[in-house]
Design a protein around this ligand. Structure first.
Ligand code: COI
Length: 356
């Protein structure tokens, strides 16, 4: 990522701020937004000049294709502030590359890096007071693209908006998380869009998740569409299992998101000589491991959730509880990862990027 200041873009500063009305100690994830946003239109085959301007509603025609055909993709990133008021991003190029991978799959034109990074940095500088210091505080950044061309003809839009909005956050989940291993619903199928952060992937999760909520689970673990025998992702997160002292996680594929936290944890685990196996994990293997006591931990990983330990799971009416450990990999790896994100530890992988 480069500090590229040669690109011209428009900045309109908000005359007022909402910040004084925000209770930063009691934030609901993704419910509060900063004073500014970034917006950039695509039309006539080109992205126009990006604008950073006061946060507010946008006007769309009711027939805009995003409403009818879900031509929309997004990213999740975070900005952190260290004790010296420096602002850091974590592996931002990976988010940028992934939104364009997602866009390509959804027939959305790719967004130029020379617009994305300077506009994001300008936005972060304007809203820097919203990034609170302290382990666990962050500014969640939501870049997204929507198809804005009016018309319900089922064809790709010729007009789009690329936007970035920012939300101060603390944790994603409050309290304990128990998951239901799905024996019916899948998140994605081969040849589909599971690898993309396509908005519809997430909307399609709400109904099965609500059914699992009714049974007392917080999330679903998606199984493969063909056999429902293999565990793929947990809710909006990638998933890791610790069997004895080895971490196991499913390989990325057409169906599984190439999570940035996921791959960071695999690298960190390797660095601390924690054995990791990237391979398919079956429901039967995990149930057997739970029964014979070799299943030590399950945790989800993602930008929003960082690492979320899972206390128990259910499958076909049977419930299983996980042990409470004093040497949890989830706790250990979360601490190592967050110390890199908050500039509290050496960044030997070169993941951190300072916004200057
Ligand atoms: C993220 O971790 O950024 C996600 O994509 C989760 C989001 C759907 C809340």
């Amino acid at each position: 990522m480069k500090n590229n200041t040669s690109i011209k873009f428009d900045i309109v500063k908000s005359p007022t701020t909402k910040i004084t009305s925000v209770d930063f100690e009691n934030l609901t994830f993704g419910a509060t937004f900063t004073d500014h946003m970034m917006i950039c239109d695509y039309e006539n085959g080109a992205w126009k000049t990006p604008e950073v301007k006061p946060y507010g509603p946008i006007e769309l025609d009711p027939s805009a294709k995003v409403f009818h055909y879900a031509q929309a993709v997004f990213e999740g990133m975070k900005a952190f502030k260290d004790d010296h008021d420096k602002i850091w991003l974590f592996r931002p190029e990976d988010n940028f590359n992934r939104i364009n991978i997602s866009s390509k799959r959804m027939a959305i034109p790719e967004f130029p890096a020379e617009y994305f990074f300077p506009a994001l940095e300008a936005l972060l500088k304007l809203d820097q007071a919203w990034i609170k210091k302290g382990f666990g505080n962050a500014l969640y950044l939501r870049p997204f693209v929507i198809a804005t061309e009016p018309g319900v003809g089922a064809s790709p839009s010729t007009k789009y908006k690329f936007m970035i909005i920012c939300s101060p956050v603390k944790g994603y989940y409050d309290g304990e998380v128990r998951v239901k291993f799905s024996d019916k619903f899948s998140r994605a199928a081969d040849g589909g869009v599971g690898f993309a952060k396509a908005a519809g992937n997430y909307g399609a999760q709400f109904y099965p998740t609500a059914l699992a909520n009714d049974e007392g689970y917080q999330q679903i673990v998606w199984t493969d569409a063909e056999s429902h025998e293999y565990l793929e992702e947990a809710g909006t997160m990638n998933i890791f299992f610790r069997i004895n002292d080895t971490l196991v996680t499913a390989p990325t594929s057409d169906r599984i998101l190439d999570g940035i936290t996921r791959k960071s944890l695999i690298a960190l685990a390797g660095d601390f000589s924690i054995p990791v196996e990237v391979r398919r994990v079956s429901v039967a293997e995990i149930i057997n491991a739970a029964k014979d006591g070799t299943l030590k931990e399950i945790f989800g990983s993602g930008t929003a959730a960082v690492i979320t330990p899972i206390q128990g799971f259910g499958f076909k009416g049977e419930k299983y509880e996980l042990p409470v450990l004093t040497d949890s990999y989830a706790t250990f790896l979360k601490d190592k990862l967050m110390k890199i994100q908050y500039n509290l530890a050496e960044d030997k992988f070169g993941w951190r990027y300072e916004v200057k």
